[in-house]
Design a protein around this ligand. Structure first.
Ligand code: AMP
Length: 488
């Protein structure tokens, strides 16, 4: 759960990055940073906390230049501390490089052990640093080839932006687990985890990066491959061009469906689909699959809002915003300690009694993970005088942990993994409970059935998960001879 941003060829690169990160803040609130290059020199500012608190005018003034990348982080691998904040910047024999990464590598531990056995010194516990070590050790000549070499040796999920004094590189793993899009702003190229970042800065959305695609942007306008011919209009010189590579032959799209269910912002365009449209369709399908006699449909904000609208439309039961969210409280899951999580629900949501008293309520939420939130909310709705509380969830039972970058508790803490539907209903105290079917969820998003990762609902993981020590064998073979994916 992180967000990445990058811009090349804009006179206010770091300020635009700051705004881009602002729009991506929902993807992580723990730490953030921006790296910028100016005349061959690289500058990095990182810190703990949210974008608005991290950067001020003076800080952004320390990030001059026409190219920058930014990152915001919620830790899924590695703990929450400043050393793990990104972008991570290193010096290599190819010069300086800074890297921001969204996603989780599944073989990072084994690679790290192998690297450490061979003398590598790590400065962080984040899996992202593994990529940089592999990059530094690569025998390939150019930055782009060395990065591709490094990425070929890792497995799992990555959407990355990397910055060197002359280039900005963006890449999506061969399964395309996490989103990454490219856009255009006043003669500059921008990349961002979600298109809502383009909206804020006034950039034009061009397209998603393809799974396995590596894009190289530099100041020499190279027009090859899939380059898009856009006339440069920016102040201060020509727009850099970009070159697109597809270095891996074995690509199979497995985009995270949970981004659509919960994680992405509803105003983003994700995998070719408007997120809010997909959420509404989930609600429409849920209404058709699991209707109930009731007086009012109430969303759990913010995640349940569009699904509740769809549910209301499908069933004819009126929609009311009867739970009010305090927007000045962070998401409950940002506080990883169970004791604070309980507290967070009470602080975050308050029911409007006049809309609830004496009524049969359908409560619509996007997911039940541990089950603690739903239980507290059902309790609150009852305390506000509801006659009945029916819970409808716009995704299937969440039964298995994510290893690709969504922060999920261990399997033993996932309520649906360990309890029947009836047991979950009883535990959360609802009069009835129904989830959207997997087929219903798939029908609500565009794309082929097979093009989404649905492992959190099925426990069928699209890649091996084992942190297999055999990777050690591959690590020090000559470049190109032993990467995890087949290079083309
Ligand atoms: P709980 O069942 O108490 O774990 O909380 C589930 C609620 O948290 C749902 O309403 C979701 O909107 C939200 N949520 C979804 N995914 C996650 C996640 N990975 N971590 C924390 N909260 C999440």
């Amino acid at each position: 759960m992180c967000g990445v941003f990058g811009i090349m060829g804009h006179p206010e690169a770091s300020r635009i990055s700051y705004l881009g990160l602002y729009a991506l803040q929902h993807r992580g609130q723990e730490s953030g940073g921006i790296a910028a290059v100016d005349g061959g020199a690289m500058f990095v500012e990182r810190g703990m906390g949210q974008v608005a608190d991290l950067f001020d005018e003076a800080c952004l003034d320390r990030l001059p230049g026409r190219s920058a990348i930014g990152h915001i982080r919620y830790s899924t691998a590695g703990s929450s501390k400043l050393q793990n904040a990104q972008p991570i910047r290193i010096e290599s024999r190819r010069g300086a490089i800074a890297l921001g990464h969204n996603g989780n590598l599944v073989n990072a531990e084994a690679l790290r052990r192998a690297l450490e056995d061979n003398g590598a010194i790590f400065t962080s516990t984040s899996d992202t640093e593994v990529i940089l070590h592999l990059f530094a050790r690569s025998q390939e000549e150019t930055v782009e080839d060395a990065l591709v070499d490094a990425l070929g040796r890792v497995q799992g999920a990555y959407s990355i932006a990397a910055l060197t004094p002359t280039q900005l590189l963006a890449a999506r793993d061969p399964n395309g687990f996490r989103p990454l899009s490219i856009g255009h702003l006043e003669g500059a190229w921008v990349v961002a985890s979600e298109s809502c970042a383009f909206d804020l800065i006034g950039a034009e959305f061009i397209r998603d990066l393809e799974p396995g695609e590596v894009i190289v942007l530099d100041h020499d306008a190279r027009a090859e491959g899939e380059s898009i011919d856009i006339v440069a209009a920016g102040a201060g010189g020509a727009a850099p061009g970009y070159v697109s590579h597809q270095p891996w032959a074995d690509r199979a799209r497995k985009s995270c469906i949970f981004e659509h269910v919960y994680f992405a912002r509803p105003d983003s365009e994700l995998y070719g689909d408007a997120v809010m449209g997909a959420r509404k369709r989930m609600g429409l399908t849920l209404g058709a699959e699991a209707p109930v006699e009731a007086d009012v449909v109430v969303p759990v904000p913010d995640g349940g809002v569009y699904a509740a609208q769809g549910y209301s439309e499908a069933t004819g039961v009126p929609f009311e915003l009867a739970l009010i969210r305090n927007h000045y409280v962070g998401r409950t899951f940002i506080e990883p300690r169970q004791s604070i999580r309980h507290f967070g629900v009470k602080v975050k949501l308050n029911p409007v009694e006049s809309l609830i008293r004496g009524r049969r309520v359908v409560l619509v939420d996007d997911s039940i993970v541990r089950g603690t939130t739903s239980g507290k909310i059902v309790e609150m709705i009852r305390a506000a005088g509801a006659a009945e509380v029916h819970v409808r969830i716009s995704s299937p039972p969440y039964v298995s942990s994510c290893y690709y970058g969504i922060d999920t508790p261990r399997r033993e803490d996932l309520i649906a993994a360990n309890h029947s539907l009836e047991e979950v209903r009883e535990q959360i105290g609802a009069d009835s409970l129904a989830y959207l079917s997997l087929e219903g969820l798939r029908a609500s998003v565009t794309g082929e059935d097979e093009s989404y990762c649905v492992a959190c609902f099925t426990a069928e993981y699209p890649t091996p998960l084992s942190d297999d020590l055999s990777t050690q064998m591959e690590l020090f073979t000559p470049a190109g001879a032993g990467p995890a994916s087949t290079p083309r």
